[in-house]
Each structure stands twice: as structure tokens, then as C-alpha cells.
Design a protein around this ligand. Structure first.
Ligand SMILES: Nc1ncnc2c1ncn2[C@@H]1O[C@H](COP(=O)(O)OP(=O)(O)OP(=O)(O)O)[C@@H](O)[C@H]1O
Ligand code: SF4
Ligand SMILES: [Mg+2]
Length: 341
């Protein structure tokens, strides 16, 4: 097997932080929201990385930092081996050509006063290109829409169709990597699978890579090769999706997964119920960010933050002083009397 080159690393984040300053009165101590607090992440060509975590864990902020829609407070963002952390304005064009974003709410992310044709022209213009009508029609056909839709406006479409337009806009400049921030969570359950299937087909046809942000583990389970689990602005576990799913090492991942239904209808997972609220990212706990809700916390967990370490020597990594041993998440078969026929 050949060694991966820096160009194979479509995206690399090194110790990336984003602190949002909060407006405070002059006599008060200045405060900030530590939305992303020291994240390392690599996305390689051809892979789909699922990024999961509860609401407020920093997933959208990380997505926007990765596409350089936000400036990081600290750390480094590299795209295809090039440091792009401090690029601005027109110098960001090459980044936009390689990485595009699909947003959660297609209703909010499409300008209601622009026709589909105008919406699809915008990313070309940002690259200084004037697209032909044929190029716009081809984009629409890639997402299952057609030429007749070019002159229509966003309100004339269903939610699923609007998200298809959002995906077509992201594909316009032929990016290598799409960062999809909860691309189906605003859609009816009935059309979620269609949009996920479209993303999977596009990956196969165009050789795309994805970061797929979701708080619904069942959504990423369908498509992710690798999984990264976020908690309070940090990645607490990361690795091949099948391994993280079958043998979660971090107590938080274990709790999240214990709530996900398993395919075998006869088996149920022993449910770990998380108690307590997610602490505020303005004043996160010392040491391990999860320690206030962890069923395994000990004194050491309050002193120093654990860093990601390999589990059993592979590329499955966990940030925990007392990770769960590599073993399947326990399944138990309920007594026959409790099973539904
Ligand atoms: N512009 C901003 N100014 C101040 N705080 C912000 C800003 N954007 C996000 N935050 C805060 O940063 C934290 C992380 O937010 P983010 O939207 O990244 O979370 P998320 O994981 O995407 O959540 P969700 O699942 O609800 O979309 C939250 O506490 C949020 O309130
Ligand atoms: S480091 Fe300690 S508190 Fe944090 S997840 Fe591991 S056991 Fe729990
Ligand atoms: Mg979000």
C-alpha cells in the first residue's frame, strides 16, 4: 500500500479553537464561549467522516471553521497540504474550490428572491467564472432536478427539493470535499433517506469525500467510514465507524450508542442513561469535559484534560483515563415473554 501524501489529506485541523467573545459590561470580567476547544481532525480523500454529538457540542462551528467561513481563534487549518488558516477574501478562492458546505436548513440558506438559476450561478461567479446554461442544467440533473426548475424560486419547491438545490450549489465548482451540516434533519423523515441516498450516489459517481454532521447516530451509521464524537468543543473519540459502533471506548460514546436501536429485533442494548445537563461552554469543567456526567470519573479526571490516545494500537483513538476495554457494547436478549411477536 502506498503512503498517504499531504494532498490525500483533503482537510487537516491542528489544535483548532474557536472562542466567541461575549459582550460584557466594562466592570465585568470578559467572557467567551469555548465553542471549539482544541480539535485535531484529518479527512482523507474518498472517505466519509461522521461528526456526532449533542446540541451545542460545537459541530456547526467546527464545520464552518473547516470551510473557513469562520476564522479560528487558535490552531491551524490545512487544505490539501496547504496552510489556509490566515487566508482571506480572494485568496480563499482555492479553498472554496476544494471544500463546499451544505447547510442544515435549505429554506434559510437559499435566497428567496433569487431564481434557482441565479443561486447556482453564484459559486461560479465567486471563482470569476460565467457558467453556461448547459452547466447549470447538468448540475440540476446531478441532483435529480431538471431544466424546467432553473427559472423557479425556492418557495416553489418541497423541503427535499430545496436541499437538492443546496447540494447542486455546493457541487457547482466541483469540490473534493463536502461538509454537510445536518443535511437531512430539517426534512420529513420520508425524504431523509432519499437525500442521504443522493449523497451516497454522488460520492460514488464523483469520488467525493464528506464530513457529515449529525446528532442522529442512525443517520451517520448508514454512510460514515469514520466517526468522530464531539463533547463540549472537543473530540472525545475517533476511529473507523464499525469499530467505534461495535466497541465504543469513551463513556460518552457508550452512553450515546446505548440509546441507538440495534438491527437485531430480539436484542436490546443495556441502556446507559446520562444524568445532569451539558455544562456551559463559557465555563467548562476542569480536566475532562465529560467528568460531571461520567459514570467512571475519578479524582485524576478533574486535574488534566485527557488527550486522544490509540485504543489497542490502531487508528481508533479515545480521550479518557479509564476507557472501556475493547469489547462489544453489551447486548442482552430480553426474556421471550417480553418480546413482541
Ligand atoms: N456566533 C456565536 N456567538 C456566540 N456563541 C456561539 C456562536 N455560534 C455558536 N455559539 C455557541 O457555541 C456553542 C457551539 O455551537 P454549535 O452551533 O457549533 O453547536 P452544534 O453542535 O452545531 O449544535 P446543534 O446540534 O444544536 O446544531 C454553543 O454553545 C453555541 O451557543
Ligand atoms: S477521563 Fe474520567 S471523566 Fe473523562 S470520560 Fe474518562 S473516566 Fe470519565
Ligand atoms: Mg449545529
Amino acid at each position: 500500500m502506498t503512503e498517504p501524501t499531504p494532498q490525500d489529506e483533503l482537510l487537516r485541523l491542528d489544535k483548532v479553537k474557536k472562542y466567541f467573545a461575549l459582550g460584557t459590561a466594562p466592570w465585568q470580567r470578559s467572557q467567551s464561549v469555548k465553542a471549539v476547544d482544541g480539535v485535531d481532525l484529518v479527512v482523507r480523500r474518498g472517505e466519509t467522516v461522521g461528526l456526532v454529538g449533542e446540541s451545542g457540542s460545537g459541530k456547526s462551528t467546527l464545520a464552518r471553521l473547516s470551510t473557513r467561513l469562520l476564522d479560528p481563534t487558535a490552531g491551524r487549518v490545512s487544505v490539501a497540504g496547504q496552510d489556509v488558516t490566515r487566508l482571506r477574501g480572494r485568496r480563499l478562492r482555492p479553498v472554496r474550490r476544494k471544500i463546499q458546505m451544505v447547510f442544515q436548513d435549505p429554506q434559510a440558506s437559499l435566497n428567496p428572491r433569487q431564481s434557482v438559476g441565479t443561486i447556482l450561478t453564484t459559486p461560479f461567479k465567486a471563482q470569476g467564472i460565467r457558467p453556461t446554461r448547459a452547466q447549470l442544467v447538468e448540475l440540476l440533473s446531478q441532483v435529480g432536478l431538471s431544466e424546467e426548475h432553473l427559472e423557479r424560486y425556492p418557495h416553489e419547491f418541497s423541503g427535499g427539493q430545496r436541499q437538492r438545490i443546496g447540494i447542486a450549489r455546493a457541487l457547482a465548482v466541483k469540490p473534493d470535499l463536502l461538509i454537510c451540516d445536518e443535511p437531512v434533519s430539517a426534512l420529513d423523515v420520508s425524504v431523509q433517506a432519499q437525500v442521504l441516498n443522493l449523497l451516497a450516489d454522488l460520492r460514488d459517481e464523483l469520488g467525493l469525500s464528506y464530513v457529515l454532521v449529525a446528532h442522529d447516530l442512525a443517520v451517520v451509521r448508514q454512510v460514515a467510514d469514520r466517526l468522530a464524537v464531539m463533547y463540549l468543543g472537543t473530540i472525545v473519540e475517533e476511529g473507523p465507524a464499525s469499530e467505534v459502533y461495535s466497541s465504543p471506548a469513551h463513556p460518552y460514546t457508550r452512553a450515546l450508542l446505548s440509546a441507538v436501536p440495534v438491527p437485531d429485533p430480539g436484542a436490546v442494548r443495556d441502556r446507559i442513561v446520562l444524568t445532569g445537563d451539558v455544562p456551559t461552554p463559557i465555563d467548562p469543567p476542569s480536566g475532562c469535559p465529560f467528568r460531571t456526567r461520567c459514570y467512571k470519573a475519578e479524582d485524576v479526571c478533574a486535574t488534566t484534560r485527557p488527550v486522544l490516545q490509540p485504543v489497542a494500537g490502531g487508528d481508533h483513538r479515545v480521550a479518557c483515563y479509564f476507557p472501556e476495554p475493547p469489547a462489544p457494547l453489551e447486548l442482552s436478549n430480553p426474556p421471550l415473554s417480553e418480546r413482541t411477536p
